[in-house]
Design a protein around this ligand. Structure first.
Ligand SMILES: [Zn+2]
Ligand SMILES: [Zn+2]
Length: 253
C-alpha cells in the first residue's frame, strides 16, 4: 500500500476519527476499503496515522484463516507499517504527537520477567498472539463500522487502516530523518532476519553461514551474519533470479 491519509492536526485529539481501512469480512474474501471509526487511545495507548504499510505472509495466512481459531471477522489485518503519532492516551510519556514510529507486534512491557531476561523478549503481556483480537486494557475494539459494529484487531497492530490504536508497548520511536517508506520493513521482515542471525543463531565472527531462502527475511539474515563478521555466507534458493541479489551481496554460490 502507498501513502495513506491526510495531514494530522490537533483537532482530532481526543475525538473519534473517521478514516478508510481495508476490512476483511471472511476467509479469503477480498478486503473491502471502506470508512471506519477509530476511537481515541485509552490508558497507555497510542493512536498513529499510518503512512506506509506492507504485506507479510503472516497477513496472508491469517486472511486465508489457515488456522480455524483465527476466524474472527470483521477484522483489520496488517502488521508492518510506519507512521506518525497522532495522539497518546493517559499515562503515556514515551511518545508525543508527531513522533515517527513503527508498530511492533511483539510488544514489550519492559517490566516482566521475560522482558528483563537476556534469553527472550517474549513479554508475558504483549507478546505476539494471533488469537488476540481486542485491546489489552479493556478487552474492547477501537475500530467500529459506520453502523457501530466492532471491527477486530490483529497482531497488536492492524495497520491496513489510515489510523490505528496500539498499546504503547507495541510502538517504537525511530529517527525522524529515516525514510518512512522503507521503515515498514523494520516492523517484521528485517527484524525477524536480523534477530535470527544475532539472537537465535548468535552468529560469531569468522563463522560460515548458510541461509535457505533469499526473500526479505533471508536477505536480512544475510545482513545480520555480515554485520557479525561471518567469513562465508552461502545463499540457497530455488529461484534463479536470486543469484543477482546474492551476487550483489557477494554471497558464495
Ligand atoms: Zn510479518
Ligand atoms: Zn514484558
Amino acid at each position: 500500500m502507498g501513502s495513506l491519509g491526510s495531514c494530522t492536526s490537533d483537532d482530532t485529539v481526543g475525538k473519534v476519527i473517521t478514516c478508510k481501512a481495508a476490512v476483511a469480512y471472511g476467509p479469503g474474501q477480498p478486503l473491502v476499503v471502506e470508512e471506519i471509526r477509530v476511537d481515541p487511545p485509552q490508558k497507555m495507548e497510542v493512536r498513529i496515522r499510518v503512512l506506509f504499510t506492507s504485506i507479510c505472509h503472516t497477513d496472508l495466512s491469517a486472511w486465508k484463516s489457515e488456522n480455524e481459531a483465527q476466524r474472527i471477522y470483521p477484522r483489520i489485518f496488517g502488521h508492518e507499517a510506519s507512521g506518525v503519532v497522532e495522539s497518546v492516551g493517559e499515562g503515556v510519556t514515551e511518545f508525543e504527537t508527531g513522533d515517527h514510529v513503527v508498530p511492533i507486534f511483539n510488544g514489550e512491557c519492559q517490566k516482566c520477567v521475560y522482558c528483563k531476561s537476556e534469553k527472550t523478549n517474549l513479554c508475558e503481556k504483549y507478546r505476539v498472539n494471533p488469537f488476540k483480537s481486542t485491546m489489552t486494557v479493556d478487552g474492547k475494539c477501537r475500530f467500529w463500522s459506520k453502523d457501530g459494529e466492532p471491527i477486530y484487531h490483529f497482531l497488536n497492530t492492524s495497520t491496513f487502516s489510515e489510523y490505528t490504536v496500539l498499546d504503547s508497548a507495541c510502538v517504537v520511536k525511530i529517527d525522524s530523518k529515516a525514510p518512512l517508506k522503507k521503515m515498514t520493513l523494520l516492523s517484521c521482515g528485517v527484524s525477524t532476519g536480523l534477530g535470527a542471525a544475532w539472537n537465535t543463531a548468535n552468529v560469531r565472527a569468522e563463522a560460515t553461514v548458510a541461509v535457505f531462502g533469499l526473500g526479505g527475511v533471508g536477505l536480512a539474515v544475510v545482513e545480520g551474519a555480515r554485520t557479525r563478521g561471518a567469513s562465508r555466507i552461502i545463499g540457497v534458493d530455488i529461484n534463479p533470479d536470486k543469484r543477482v541479489k546474492g551476487a550483489n551481496k557477494n554471497l558464495a554460490r
